[in-house]
Design a protein around this ligand. Structure first.
Ligand SMILES: Nc1ncnc2c1ncn2[C@@H]1O[C@H](COP(=O)(O)OP(=O)(O)OP(=O)(O)O)[C@@H](O)[C@H]1O
Length: 254
């Protein structure tokens, strides 16, 4: 069993106020106003192409809203990113091709100017123990995603943004990661936002699920996920019941 990762952080609340975003004539985000509590995990679910990744990219400071404001704690996203308080793992992991897995994971700590002492523990935890010396080209897509997840966690960020982080990971590994990784950010007080196409995964991983409409995205349901840690398995009755609640709002989204 891997030892606990001994990094500490304080999460920051995420506040979106009347945030809109269009790409040319395509309206991606209608007007989103929401506060995500510090230290909690929120999942965004909704139809494909509705604007979930755009919201996440705006929270990351990678896209600027057309109007409205986003604050992480009391700072704009770019300021938090600059001081190393924000980490992300996106669907298409951008690992440095010339670095091996260990050096890619360590990059998360280097960029945040934090200690890199958890690197090997995290590599073990995401199941890449035998591949620390391998370069991205020698890994499968799912293995690259797992390396990116380890990189996002190594800096113990205040804000963690995950966009379909387990999309290419096989079902068994995904289920194990769903059980083992969230305590790493929950126990440190990280504020996490994740996008997933799996409603069950959203329920298992989160404290709150925001259901979005078809594009342009607006929030059509806000569902609290009040589960004890031992209820957070994919096959528990409580998870199935909450997933059903989310599904029913997805069907009613218009
Ligand atoms: N950089 C961009 N330039 C132009 N259009 C964009 C850009 N990024 C997103 N879009 C458009 O904005 C809309 C929302 O895209 P987004 O990726 O946010 O959706 P999504 O809900 O994350 O989709 P999916 O669930 O399929 O990953 C889409 O119509 C997409 O084509």
């Amino acid at each position: 069993m891997a030892r606990p990762v001994a990094l500490d952080t304080g999460g920051a609340a995420i506040r979106c106020e009347a945030v809109t975003k269009s790409f040319g004539k395509v309206a991606a985000v209608a007007s989103i106003t929401v506060t995500l509590a510090a230290g909690r995990t929120t999942a965004l679910v909704g139809p494909s192409g509705c604007g979930k990744s755009t919201i996440l990219r705006m929270i990351a400071g990678l896209e600027a809203p057309d109007s409205g404001t986003i604050l992480l704690g009391s700072d704009p996203p770019k300021a938090v990113a600059r001081r190393g308080g924000l980490a992300m793992a996106f669907q298409d992991p951008s690992l440095l091709p010339w670095r091996d897995v260990r050096a890619n994971v360590a990059l998360g700590a280097e960029l945040a100017r934090k200690p890199a002492d958890a690197v090997d523990t995290l590599i073990e935890l995401v199941g890449l123990g035998g591949f620390a010396g391998h370069r991205p080209a020698e890994l499968s897509g799912g293995m690259r995603q797992r390396a990116a997840i380890a990189r996002s966690l190594v800096s113990a960020p205040e804000i963690l943004l995950l966009d379909e982080p387990f999309g290419a990971v096989d079902a068994m590994t995904r289920s194990r990661l769903n059980a083992e990784l969230p305590p790493l950010w929950r126990d440190r007080g990280t504020t996490a936002v994740l996008v997933t196409h799996s409603v069950e995964e959203a329920v298992v991983l989160s404290d709150r699920v925001l259901v979005l409409s078809d594009r342009p995205a607006r929030i059509v349901a806000d569902i609290a996920i009040d589960l004890a840690p031992d209820q957070r398995g994919h096959d528990t009755q409580a998870v199935r019941a909450l997933a059903q609640d989310v599904f029913s709002t997805l069907e009613l989204k218009d």
